[in-house]
Design a protein around this ligand. Structure first.
Ligand code: NAD
Ligand code: UFG
Length: 340
């Protein structure tokens, strides 16, 4: 199948972007990737092409480069943009707020300006469950109050507000603001996956590096939360399901219903210790851990009400915890040093 549609994927070499590019190519879209490789490797795209059996077009550069964007939109007839490019490390954002706001907020402005000039009005934006701050109740619905506790989260909120203003200013814009919960797992081939350049901040890649022997134990941040076993609870979603959600979001843009913020989660919360147990089962060995203090800024529990994604996009997560851990382990085991 070929759709005759071309999608610009910013940040397409990254973790979520690479998995989404495969789904897009499989669904018959042509794909142009814009990435500056600040947190990814060209090797990821080579593997995307070999897995999908079709090429992508790579434009190497920065979303803040206005001239490059003008050339890109001049050279390719783009039907819609999926905008993954952004910096995402919460702790780093606290130390380098200007860098985060410049990259994420100013970069999104540059992208939207170029889209407007080129007459491209279809955008899928990577937002995050972090925009809910510490939610008043669970599960989290899209109409809940928003708030941010760090510059990374604030950059997502600011962008959501800018995109809302854009939509109010000109009704031809169609905008899907996808609020991801906790993406984990990898492509079932074990050929692409999450490849943190530093010590992982996030739970699943940290556990995977313990399993492969790169770290000696997991520190469990807090065991006195008001949760099932005292450890933090999150809504982990398989990156393959998440990628599929983007294909559905493109189809929704075509229905021209304007702007919507939509949760992409499973609706199920798992604790840190449940995640560790499931990963031990997948890799077939016990994994050492220590209970330590809470990590500042963390909340006890967070999981989605996934009803809107089901009703609006016709999408629900299909893959469970077992697949998340097995696929993450296959990727880590077969690529102990990532794409290096
Ligand atoms: P990632 O770092 O793996 O991918 C981001 C990609 O964007 C990288 O390839 C990077 O090189 C590129 N990039 C960054 N700044 C750029 C710029 N200025 N110009 C061009 N390319 C640039 O991250 P990911 O996990 O795939 O996340 C993708 C998006 O989803 C991000 O916007 C992130 O904030 C958001 N998100 C991620 C998570 C998560 O836990 N992974 C959760 C919620 C939201
Ligand atoms: N955790 C540990 N040890 C670790 C890492 C994490 O115990 O080494 C715990 C955390 O305390 C938390 C859970 O594992 O209870 C998940 O932590 P992550 O860092 O994997 O994920 P967060 O929910 O803290 O945040 C992630 C992204 C954010 C994003 C948010 C919602 O890092 O950018 O999901 O999408 F905003």
């Amino acid at each position: 199948m070929h759709t005759n549609k071309t999608i610009l994927v910013t940040g397409g070499a990254g973790y979520i972007g690479s998995h989404t590019c495969i789904k897009l190519l499989e669904a018959g879209y042509d794909v142009v990737v814009l990435d500056n490789f600040s947190n990814s490797s060209p090797e990821a795209l080579r593997r995307v092409e070999s897995l999908a059996g079709r090429p992508t077009t790579l434009v190497q550069g920065d979303i803040n480069d206005h001239a490059l964007l003008a050339r890109l939109f001049g050279a390719h007839k783009i039907d819609a943009v999926i905008h993954f490019a952004g910096l995402k490390a919460v702790g780093e954002s606290v130390e380098q707020p200007l860098r985060y706001y410049h990259n994420n907020v100013t970069g999104t402005l540059a992208l939207c300006q170029a889209m407007q000039t080129a007459g491209v009005f279809n955008l899928v934006f990577s937002s995050s469950a972090t925009v809910y701050g510490d939610p008043a109740s669970l599960p989290i619905r899209e109409d809940f109050a928003t708030g941010a506790t760090n510059p990374y989260g604030r950059s997502k909120l600011i962008i959501e507000e800018i995109l809302s203003d854009l939509h109010r200013s000109a009704p031809e814009w169609n905008l899907a603001l996808l609020r991801y919960f906790n993406p984990v797992g990898a492509h079932p081939s074990g050929r692409i996956g999450e490849d943190p350049s530093d010590i992982p901040n996030n739970l699943m890649p940290y556990i995977a590096q313990v399993a492969v022997g790169r770290r000696d134990h997991l520190s469990v941040f807090g065991s006195d939360y008001d949760t099932k076993d005292g450890t933090g609870v999150r809504d982990y979603i398989h990156v393959q399901d998440l990628a599929e959600g983007h294909v559905k979001a493109l189809e929704w843009l075509d229905r021209k219903e304007g702007l919507k913020a939509i949760n992409l989660g499973t609706g199920t919360g798992y604790s840190v210790l449940e995640m560790l147990k499931a990963f031990e089962k997948a890799c077939g060995k016990p994994l050492p851990y220590k209970l330590v203090d809470r990590r500042p800024g963390d909340i006890a529990s967070c999981y989605a009400d996934p009803a809107m994604a089901r009703d609006v996009l016709g999408w629900s997560a299909k893959l469970g915890l077992e697949a998340m851990c097995e696929d993450a382990w296959r990727w880590q085991r077969d690529n102990p040093k990532g794409y290096e």
